[in-house]
Write a new protein. Sequence first.
Length: 87
Amino acid sequence: MWLQSRDLRQPTGQRQTTTFLWEGFWLLQETRNGTPLTYVYADHGSYEPLARIDGIAHAQVLYFHNDETPRHHAQLERLPGAEPGFL
């Protein structure tokens, strides 16, 4: 595992820090200004992202819709009624 951190300055002058947690080539988690974004993959050993869980207490689950083309890998859609722990 390894950590990567990036500081970006917003147009307002505020600084935003994002920290990335990696396991090999798998992005496990991002933390943006203290809020964790956790990635879930389709199968053990798979690079196909299945979902992203935003936050902790009132987490929002966002699902990736992959069709084997790169233009859709980053597209996220929130499913109505999805609860944390649904996976």
